[in-house]
Each structure stands twice: as C-alpha cells, then as structure tokens.
Design a protein around this ligand. Structure first.
Ligand SMILES: Nc1ncnc2c1ncn2[C@@H]1O[C@H](COP(=O)(O)OP(=O)(O)OP(=O)(O)O)[C@@H](O)[C@H]1O
Ligand SMILES: [Mg+2]
Length: 257
C-alpha cells in the first residue's frame, strides 16, 4: 500500500528549526506480527535528526507496535529498521538503549516500589556511574515536580507525575532518539500543556523525537512532520501544518464532523 503524501512546497517548521534532512531512523516496509496477527503491514517511516515526528491513528492502528519494533521489544518479520545507518532489525532492546534509543512506554510503566530517584537512576543504567547524579539533576530541573518528590515511591505519584517520571527515566540514557507513547494520556489539560512544552524543550536541546499521540491536534502543533496509521498501514504523511489542515485528518482525528 502506498501512502499519500501532502506537500505544499512551502518550507515547514522542520526547515526553520535546524532539522537537517539527515535520516536518523528509517523503517522500510516493516511487517511485524504477534503470532499470527499481522499488526504492521509494510510500514515505511523516516525520522530526520532534530525532528519531532508524530504518529497518529485510531486505537489498534499499530502505533505502539511501531514504537516497540523500533526499540527492539518486537522484531520485524519482514523489512528493516535502520538507526544511524546501522540495520538494527534484530538488535536486542537493551543494546538499542546503549545505541541511543530511549523509550517511554504506553501506560507509564515505572517501577512502583522504587522511589522517584531510584526510578531515574535505573533509567541511567547505560551511563557512566559518575554522570548519573548530574543527569538526575538535569531531569529534575526539567520536571520540578519530580524534585519535590525525590524520595516518594513511584506507585504513589499521581498519574501526571508518573508520566513525567516515565519520560524523565527515558531521558536518563541521554537518547539521541526518544520514543514517546501517549505521553498525554489521562492527564488534566494543564498537565498536558506542561508535557507538550517539555517535549518541545527536550527537542530544542537536541533530542530527536518520535511521538505517538491520540491527541492529534496537540501533537501536530509541536511536530515537524506526521504519519497517519490505519490498521497497520501508513495512509498519509506530510508536514504537520499540512496534516492539520487536511480534511480527512480533521474529520477522523481532530474531532471535527
Ligand atoms: N500482545 C499482543 N498480542 C496480540 N495482538 C496484539 C498485541 N498487542 C497489540 N496487538 C494487536 O495489534 C494491533 C495494533 O496494536 P497497537 O497496540 O500497536 O495499536 P495502537 O495504535 O497503539 O492502539 P491504541 O491507540 O489503542 O494504543 C491491534 O489490532 C492489537 O489488537
Ligand atoms: Mg498504543
């Protein structure tokens, strides 16, 4: 299946923000299965260095499966995943963390019995021990709420705080590519703003981001480009501004009728 591409010819925000067009991540005709279930049916996606790219799509479209295939929790049965010029289709997840891929999974999978500090320290397992304190400090500056709760158990944090901790923990490995799966899910509007602002800051500080969101409008507001997934296929791609104006996207994902 070939995805439709929308382009206006006008330079998008990617051009203004220093994204170079230099490909960091590429999925080429990726097919991923859960047993007999064919979840990704030939997904081709590119993320350039410096970009925020968003994947949008309905429940069950294959967004989470795409991120899991990138971070090595699943491996494609067909097709390739290339990260920084290397074929990583069969590379184990912990080696991909070392290679520079950070993943904040769906559903805030933090360690509930460990404190905020311990959760962050765990996220830095690939870093030299002497740099961990400095990195914890960096994350706590990004999320002051976490600093106030340094010694609180992860499981007793509010949903929004757990979400911040999940993002912060993924940042601890100093990823070159950060995968975020539904970072705004279940958050109050004010916290959604905080999370999206923080994603922008993380990107501005040099991290490339692949962002999965059901909150398509917010995601398209901070992304340079986007892909629309439908039942395991990319059906549409383009600059974020153009996707925001696209009638199909507006009807299907931006809640307009
Ligand atoms: N562990 C699993 N075993 C079998 N099928 C699965 C498994 N995980 C996901 N699937 C199926 O793969 C397809 C894609 O699921 P995926 O979780 O990637 O969707 P999604 O786009 O992230 O949806 P949502 O917005 O609901 O999170 C769905 O049809 C789903 O039922
Ligand atoms: Mg999902």
């Amino acid at each position: 299946m070939t995805a439709e591409t929308i382009t206006s010819g006008a330079p998008g925000p990617a051009g203004q923000d220093g994204a170079t067009g230099d490909v960091l991540l590429r999925l080429d005709d990726v097919h991923t299965y859960y047993g007999q279930i064919h979840a990704l049916k030939g997904v081709t996606i590119e993320v350039n260095r410096g970009e925020v790219v968003t994947l949008i799509g309905a429940n069950g479209a294959g967004k989470t499966t795409t991120l899991k295939t990138v971070c090595g929790l699943l491996h494609p049965r067909q097709g390739t995943v290339t990260f920084d010029g290397q074929d990583v289709s069969k590379t184990a997840a912990h080696n991909l963390v070392k290679a520079g891929i950070g993943h904040a999974p769906e559903g805030r999978r933090i360690f509930s019995r460990l404190t905020v500090l311990e959760n962050l320290q765990m996220g830095g397992f690939t870093r030299p021990p002497e740099e961990i304190d400095e990195d914890v400090e960096r994350i706590m500056t990004l999320f002051p709420r976490l600093k106030e709760r340094t010694y609180q158990q992860g499981g007793t944090l509010s949903g929004g705080e757990q979400q911040m901790l999940a993002i912060g923990r993924a940042m601890m490995s100093r990823p070159r590519l950060l995968l975020l799966d539904e970072p705004s899910l279940g958050l109050a509007p004010i916290l959604i703003q905080v999370v999206f602002e923080t994603i922008k800051e993380i990107n501005a500080a040099g991290t490339t981001i692949l962002l999965v969101e059901q909150n398509a409008l917010q995601a398209l507001n901070i992304a340079h480009r986007g892909y629309v997934l439908q039942t395991g296929n990319v059906v549409l791609t383009g600059d974020a501004a153009e996707l925001r104006e696209d009638e199909t996207v507006r009807k299907a994902y931006l809640g307009e009728i």
